[in-house]
Structures are given as structure tokens and as C-alpha cells.
Ligand binder design. Structure first.
Ligand code: NAP
Ligand code: MG
Length: 404
């Protein structure tokens, strides 16, 4: 078989621990034999981040802005214990946080669905994608305890000195207060990212807030989404045969549970945080959750939703066998290759990535899987394989598919 040619490099961001091992195995077994893989490589593994004073992370984010598509391995976000373990110069920030700040993106998370793992919700047939607005609200809050009787006020002073003042509450005793914010600009870029993603994957977009209670704060989200939809997307949605639909979050929750799936659920920051874990768990496993960061100017960064699977890595270092699931990392690669293929008009690359996805899903559906899935499958006697053998099993099926 001749190798598939690429024209533009993918921004490849290597990572840490067990996922770094999986990363190399995926490349060697499932990509390099078939694709003349063109990547611009950035080593975001913790030792090299430390060596470069984390400038490698910034360089990688800039490269995504330049080329438009990146694929990232899971990375360690250092804490005090990691500083000790890796003898770090500094407790470097989360690479995902750094990249997100540069790309200003929205995170879309979707579960991988296989027929031998039944979602906890019986009606769900197709994946539900959560689109999480990853800026502001309680994640950038100011809060404190009120010691006792007194008046809490909300004050805004404009740059020319004009003041707005509202009483929050006349406290008769101790309690708590909190100040949160969001920006029209950030909400608008969230809106564009959601609408473009819906057009890209041709699925309906739902959006929910608590606008009946939060008549200004949440209502602003609702209004900005609607204005942008009417002005720039309504026609495109109609041509694509998809819908945008707003509903109160309570109603959304009830509808999601009754639904068949197969849509995007856009959520405010907190709702997205909570609902993505609910959706991932109800569909089966974190190891089967894909994640893509989409920036308002159309850049894409693909990754797995899980971390570096440290517990398995320590076992691996002791020479023990591991059974780590590579699916989310593999789908980060196929997602990025497909996007590159679409942008550069290389249909062979898109169909290869589709086939690789099909081969990996078939491997699981035929009963060959890693331990995490074996614990939750409907199949009575699954064949449990180790980390590397699972990749080899996928390759076998890929070769069969390519030979047909
Ligand atoms: P984790 O790596 O997601 O792993 C948590 C547990 O989930 C594992 O111990 C394992 O359970 C299970 N698991 C996760 N992925 C799996 C897979 N692919 N196959 C099989 N089982 C899987 O989270 P963590 O242990 O909390 O974090 C480890 C490191 O990852 C941390 O240093 C953190 O900073 C980093 N992290 C990075 C990202 C990112 O780069 N996007 C995200 C989250 C965390 P069992 O041990 O029970 O088998
Ligand atoms: Mg969370």
C-alpha cells in the first residue's frame, strides 16, 4: 500500500506517563505504516516543559494558530508532589489552561459509543456532545464570609466615575456572599464556536440557562446566542437541516434524559463541568470520552478527556502488565487527521481516519477490550488484553478492512 500524503503539518503535542507510551504505540502501529505523517512536533512532556521554562507550550499554541489543527497527548499539571518527583524549577501552569488562554476556545466533549456497552439511560442511541463555555462565572469568583449583621451591596464604578449600586442583602446575621462576572465578548465567541461546531458535525444545538431566575445575567447569554444565531447562522442551519433551540436548564435536563441523543448541548461553565461528567459516566467510561477545543477563529485542538493515567504508569515502571484504554487518545489523532484532510482536501486521509475509528470500535464490539471496558460490558466473556495488544488487535482489523 502506498502511504497517504499530507500537505500541511499537524501540530503534534506529546505528553506524559502512560499516555506518552500509548502515543508512541499509536503512531508506530496505526499511523506511520499508512500515512506519510507530517507533524510539527512539540514535546509537552513535563521534563521538556521544565527545561524550556514552559515556552514550548506557548510555542505549540502559536503553532496551532498558524496551522489550524493540533493533537495533544495528556500532560501532567504539576502540583507540589510533582515538583518534588520531577525536581521542577517551578510549579508550571496547566498546559491546557495555557493553550486555552491563547486560543480562546470552547471545549466540546463527546463519548464514544459501542454496542456492547449500554448507556445507563436506556433511550440514548447516539452520543451527546457537551459544549462547555470555559470562561468566568464561579470559576473566576470573588467570595467571602459575612461575619454578622450588615448590608451587602453590588457596586460598579465606570471608568469615568459613574456608580451603580444595588443592595444584595441586608444581613441580620452571619452568611456568605459571592461576586461573579462574564463578558459579552467571551459569550459571543462561545456562541460562534457552538454554531460552527454544529454546522461542522451537522447536529442540532441545544442551549440552556436559568434565565427565568437570573433575568439579566443568564438572560444575557440567551440574548447574545439568539442575536448571533439570527444574524449569521439561521440560514446556514436551515440549509444544513439542523436546528438551534433554547430551553430552560430544568427542561433541558428532562429532555436530555428522554432523548435519543445525537445532539450538542451547550452549557454555561458550571453546567458544562457537571453535565460532562454526568454524560461521560452515563455513557460508560472516561476512557471513551473525546475532547476538542475549538477557537472562534476556527482552530481545532484534539485530545483525550482523561489524564496521564498515573496509576497504570507506575505499575508499568515496576514491570507489571497494564491494560490502559487508548481509544480517547486514538480518536484525538483520527479527529485531527480528518480535520486536516478536510481542510487540505485529501479524501484518502479522511477515509483512512474513518476506517481506523471503525476498526477500533469493531475490536471492542467483537469482544476484545481493555480492563476498564471489560468491567462494564454487556458481553459475558470479553477477551481482556493489555495496553499494547489492544493496539495490535486494532491494527489486525484495520489491515483486514484495508485489504477489502
Ligand atoms: P486520569 O489520568 O484520568 O486517571 C484516573 C483513573 O481513571 C485512572 O487511574 C484509571 O482508573 C482511569 N482511567 C483514566 N483513563 C484511562 C484509560 N485511558 N484507560 C483505563 N483507565 C483509565 O486522572 P488522574 O489520575 O487524576 O490524573 C493523572 C495526571 O493526569 C495528573 O498529573 C493530572 O494533572 C493529569 N491530567 C491531565 C489532563 C489533560 O492533560 N487533559 C486531564 C486530567 C488530568 P484505575 O486506576 O481505576 O484503572
Ligand atoms: Mg469537572
Amino acid at each position: 500500500m502506498t502511504q497517504i500524503r499530507m500537505t500541511t503539518p499537524l501540530v503534534e503535542m506529546d505528553g506524559d506517563e502512560m499516555t506518552r507510551i500509548i502515543w508512541a504505540d499509536i503512531k508506530n502501529e496505526l499511523l506511520l505504516p499508512y500515512i506519510d505523517l507530517k507533524t510539527e512536533y512539540y514535546d509537552l512532556g513535563l521534563p521538556y516543559r521544565d527545561e524550556t521554562g514552559d515556552s514550548v507550550t506557548i510555542a505549540a499554541a502559536e503553532a496551532i494558530k498558524k496551522y489550524g489543527v493540533g493533537v495533544k497527548c495528556a500532560t501532567i499539571t504539576p502540583n507540589a508532589q510533582r515538583v518534588e518527583e520531577y525536581k521542577l524549577k517551578k510549579m508550571w501552569k496547566s498546559p491546557n489552561g495555557t493553550i486555552r488562554a491563547i486560543l480562546d476556545g470552547t471545549v466540546f466533549r463527546a463519548p464514544l459509543v459501542v454496542n456492547c456497552i449500554k448507556p445507563s439511560v436506556r433511550t440514548w442511541e447516539a452520543p451527546i456532545t457537551i459544549a462547555r463555555h470555559a470562561y468566568g462565572d464561579i470559576y473566576r469568583n470573588t467570595e467571602y464570609r459575612v461575619p454578622g449583621k450588615g448590608k451587602a451591596e453590588l457596586v460598579f464604578t465606570s471608568e469615568n466615575g459613574k456608580e451603580w449600586r444595588e443592595t444584595i442583602y441586608d444581613f441580620e446575621g452571619a452568611g456568605v456572599i459571592q461576586g461573579i462576572h462574564n463578558k459579552d465578548k467571551s459569550i459571543a465567541s462561545f456562541a460562534h464556536a457552538c454554531f460552527n461546531y454544529a454546522l461542522d458535525i451537522k447536529q442540532d444545538l441545544w442551549f440552556s440557562t436559568k434565565d427565568t431566575i437570573s433575568k439579566i445575567y443568564d438572560h444575557t447569554f440567551k440574548d447574545i446566542m439568539q442575536e448571533i444565531y439570527d444574524a449569521e447562522y439561521a440560514q446556514k442551519f436551515s440549509i444544513a437541516g439542523i436546528e438551534y433551540f433554547y430551553t430552560l436548564i430544568d427542561d433541558a435536563v428532562a429532555r436530555v434524559i428522554r432523548s435519543r441523543g445525537g445532539f450538542i448541548w451547550a452549557c454555561k461553565n458550571y453546567d458544562g463541568d457537571v453535565m460532562s461528567d454526568m454524560v461521560a459516566t452515563a455513557f460508560g467510561s472516561l476512557a471513551m470520552m473525546t475532547s476538542v477545543l475549538v477557537s472562534p477563529d476556527g482552530c481545532f485542538e484534539y485530545e483525550a478527556a482523561h489524564g496521564t493515567v498515573t496509576r497504570h504508569y507506575y505499575r508499568h515502571l515496576k514491570g507489571e502488565e497494564t491494560s490502559t484504554n487508548c481509544m480517547a487518545t486514538l480518536f484525538a489523532w483520527t479527529g485531527a487527521l480528518k480535520k486536516r484532510g478536510q481542510l487540505d482536501k485529501i479524501p484518502e486521509l479522511v477515509s483512512f481516519a474513518d476506517m481506523l475509528e471503525a476498526a477500533s470500535l469493531a475490536t471492542i464490539e467483537e469482544g476484545c477490550m481493555t480492563k476498564d471496558l471489560a468491567l462494564i460490558t454487556e458481553l459475558t466473556s470479553p477477551k481482556v488484553v493489555n495496553t499494547r495488544d489492544f493496539i495490535i488487535e486494532i491494527r489486525k482489523r484495520l489491515d483486514q478492512m484495508l485489504a477489502q
